[in-house]
Design a protein around this ligand. Structure first.
Ligand SMILES: NC(=O)c1ccc[n+]([C@@H]2O[C@H](COP(=O)([O-])OP(=O)(O)OC[C@H]3O[C@@H](n4cnc5c(N)ncnc54)[C@H](O)[C@@H]3O)[C@@H](O)[C@H]2O)c1
Length: 305
């Protein structure tokens, strides 16, 4: 049985990943600074502060996993002072990878973020083309985005140093929607999914991206299966197959992203701004949950049809 250590396992995404991994038959240890309110009897829970390299090393040694999935982070831009976000997230990424390598873990995955590409920059931002892909240049404009780029580069750095024996990857989950948020629990930004759909100004800052946390779990299971054949240290966007919007982004984006009219014209129908073709092609992963089928019992003619 594959043994996996999930860091940040008490968080919005971590709770789904931990449950999904247990459902898939993996032996799961969840590590976080805090324990979750509801504990899954199939999962071993540990507390650790991963900014402390000794604590990270002791945690990984004791869990003795085959796989480490690093989700722990300060996950919201500007939710702490910029130097704190940068240093905490960079330290967590480095300590996690270093501890895993030292313990002989074979596969190590770190969570990044789409914010690495730099949308929303106050000084202006326009990509060369849409949809955004893993080849889109990275230009973070806040400490959170920078710290996530550090996480990606940490995976690449360790792949360069230890790639002969160990596989590394990172991934950029879009705006994560946990299962309970479809029925009205607040999202990471405090409002509900329904409110986010009703007011395009709420989803526009993240270019209307989103992903169901269970689809991220499915992505991770695919990634773990394929890490021995994909490029070591690689990164992937992980998003829903559509945009979190009621109108085509070809219509919506130009109102929020000045000058994007011609670029956005390719985003017709339900097409999202973030391409997931790489994960589809290299991993055979496809998201299976979208707002139209998850926002059920709403009386909304656009959903559940
Ligand atoms: N939620 C999103 O929309 C989103 C989007 C892109 C990327 N991500 C990334 O995905 C990961 C998970 O995000 P989330 O939404 O579940 O965030 P979250 O805040 O719900 O969970 C993060 C967890 O990390 C833990 N943590 C923080 N500092 C720690 C430390 N020093 N040691 C151990 N644990 C620590 C927190 O206690 C928390 O439970 C993060 O790395 C985040 O940057 C999330």
């Amino acid at each position: 049985m594959t043994v996996v250590l999930v860091t940040g396992g008490s968080g919005r995404l971590g709770r789904s990943v931990v449950a999904g991994f247990a459902d898939a038959g993996l032996s799961v240890t969840s590590a976080d600074t805090t324990l979750p309110d509801a504990q899954d009897p199939r999962v071993a829970y540990r507390t650790a502060d991963l900014t402390d390299p000794a604590a990270a090393a002791a945690l990984v040694r004791a869990a003795a996993p085959d796989v480490v999935v690093g989700l722990a982070a300060i996950a919201v831009p500007f939710s702490a002072p910029e130097p704190v976000i940068l240093s905490v997230n960079a330290l967590i990424a480095h300590n996690t990878a270093a501890a895993a390598v030292e313990a002989g873990v074979g596969r190590i995955v770190l969570a990044s973020s789409p914010t690495v590409v730099g949308y929303g920059a106050p000084a202006g931002w326009l990509p060369d083309s849409l949809p955004l892909t893993e080849s889109t240049p990275t230009r973070p404009w806040h400490a959170y985005g920078l710290s996530k780029l550090v996480a990606e580069q940490t995976a690449r750095m360790f792949a360069a140093a230890y790639g002969a024996t160990t596989r590394f990857a990172s991934f950029r989950p879009c705006f994560v929607i946990a299962p309970e948020e479809w029925s009205g629990a607040p999202t990471q930004q405090g409002h509900t999914v329904r409110e986010r759909l009703a007011d395009p100004a709420l989803a526009a800052p993240s270019l209307f991206n989103y992903v169901d946390a269970r689809d991220v779990t499915d992505f991770l299971l695919r990634l773990l299966d394929r890490m021995h054949v994909i490029s070591n240290g690689d990164t992937f966007f992980v998003g829903a197959a559509d945009a979190l919007a009621r109108k085509p982004l070809a219509e919506l984006l130009p109102s929020f992203l000045p000058g994007s009219g011609a670029l956005a014209s390719v985003l017709t129908g339900t097409e999202p701004a973030f391409s997931i073709e790489k994960a589809r092609h290299e991993l055979g992963w496809n998201p299976t949950r979208g707002w139209r089928d998850q926002l059920i019992d709403t009386g909304d003619p656009e959903v559940a049809r």
